[in-house]
Ligand binder design. Structure first.
Ligand code: GLV
Ligand code: MN
Ligand code: MN
Length: 413
């Protein structure tokens, strides 16, 4: 298939999207339902309308842009990703799959191709866990893994639920309508930067994802006793920070001692209260992100972390509350999509590398709805979730070409 991907236009659009940010460039911060997030969504919607796509927005803000196929009653083929960005992130995570997905559709339109099945581009709401603690909020609800009751139990830092926050941001409709029925899509394919250095190191332009690792998130709250930093003697203290620090160090030991390099655990948030120079920290809030390619091993780590929290806090006579926000199984990618990706890459003379995604993606939840796959492209030094995240325009272009060809194949199947 002879495809004309407009690399310059796509790059200009990625740059423009990066300008909707709460952090100064080159950092990008775009948190769910903030002014910048809403402005970025408006920009995306304008681009979709310019491309002649039909727009639909659900009650959570998941945005669907459809290119009607010649047989519109058949289940559509979908692609897409997210545009939210964690604090001080870069400009390629997620956005390459959204604007790259749009460019793939435009390249197909320009080539004269007519899809049989409709092609649908999805901008997923909040793949990043920043605001409500769990990742893939939009696709989690879409796939029915998180229901309306579960949504009510999530709160942001100000105590707002997703329902309150989405209404304040102007998203209307019933949350119960966000869920998609099984069979709604024929297939889903997500284009994404690799976020690891394998493709770059091996000089291979296309990663064919075979599976997505299993993520879990814990919230840990510790309560000890505060007091005067000069007047409370060391043997009498119940310092929540010291207790949390011991827990954090033990979490590292637990992840290091599974015997597998695939086990990872991260304390990403560690807040202390009251946070004053001459006051003993009385409370800690910490988050733990635990992942593994093997579900049993991931669950083993989660249990070991919970045991450690109980024994360390008990030994220090602090109160501990542990909450499991999510503990998701891994997902396997569908053979028909990995094969279509291999064929598409071969068509353009591009080498491929099968790989497991250690990061999670909306594809993790779309895999519950329909056959799902992912296409990875290299990023510099494998860096991601940092302002210096970078993918070369020519690498993005290759990814878009392969994506377009995969979408074309799937839309005719
Ligand atoms: C997604 O950003 C992840 O944390 O894997
Ligand atoms: Mn990310
Ligand atoms: Mn991402």
């Amino acid at each position: 298939m002879n495809l004309d991907v407009n690399q310059a236009r796509l790059n200009a659009e990625l740059d423009k999207l990066a300008s909707f940010s709460e952090a100064p460039a080159p950092a990008v911060t775009r948190i769910l339902y903030t002014e910048q997030d809403l402005a970025a969504r408006a920009y995306f919607k304008d681009l979709c309308l310019e491309a002649g796509l039909e727009l639909r927005v659900d009650a959570l803000g998941n945005t669907y842009a459809r290119w009607q196929g010649s047989e519109p009653n058949l289940a559509a083929v979908a692609t897409g990703s997210h545009i939210d960005a964690i604090p001080y992130a870069g400009m390629y995570d997620g956005t390459v799959g959204v604007l790259g997905g749009l460019e793939a559709i435009r390249a197909l339109q320009k080539s004269g191709f007519t899809p049989k099945r409709s092609l649908e581009l999805i901008l997923f709401t909040a793949e990043e866990p920043t605001r409500f603690g769990v990742g893939c909020l939009g696709s989690r609800v879409m796939s029915g893994v998180l229901g309306t009751q579960g949504l009510e139990s999530l709160k942001d830092n100000e105590g707002k639920t997703p329902n309150e926050a989405r209404q304040a941001a102007g998203f209307q409709g019933q949350l119960s309508d966000v869920r998609l029925p099984e069979g709604f899509y024929h297939a889903f394919v997500e284009l994404h930067i690799e976020q690891m250095p394998q493709l770059e190191q091996k000089g291979i332009p296309i990663g064919v994802v075979t599976a997505i690792a299993a993520p879990a998130t814990l919230h840990i709250r510790l309560e000890g006793a505060g007091g005067h930093a000069g007047a409370v003697l060391m043997p009498d203290r119940k310092d929540a920070l010291i207790c949390g620090a011991e827990i954090a160090q033990t979490i590292e030991t637990i992840a290091l001692s599974t015997g597998s390099i695939d086990s990872v655990a991260t304390v990403g948030i560690f807040d202390i209260h009251p946070r004053a120079v001459n006051s003993i920290p009385s409370k800690v809030f910490m988050t733990v992100d635990v992942r593994d390619t093997d579900l049993a091993r991931r669950d083993g780590m989660v249990e070991a972390i919970k045991d450690a929290v109980r024994s360390i806090s008990g030994g220090r006579k602090l109160k501990a509350v542990i909450e499991t926000l999510n503990a998701d199984p891994p997902a396997s990618c569908a053979r028909e999509i990995t094969e279509a990706t291999e064929l598409a890459a071969r068509e353009y003379g591009l080498r491929t590398l099968p790989m497991v995604s250690r990061a999670y993606h909306d594809a993790l939840f779309m895999a519950r709805l329909c056959p799902t796959g992912m296409i990875f492209i290299p990023c510099k030094d494998g860096v991601s979730h940092r302002p210096d995240e970078y993918s070369k325009p020519e690498d993005i272009e290759r990814g878009v070409k392969v994506l377009a060809s995969v979408l074309a194949r799937l839309s005719m199947s």
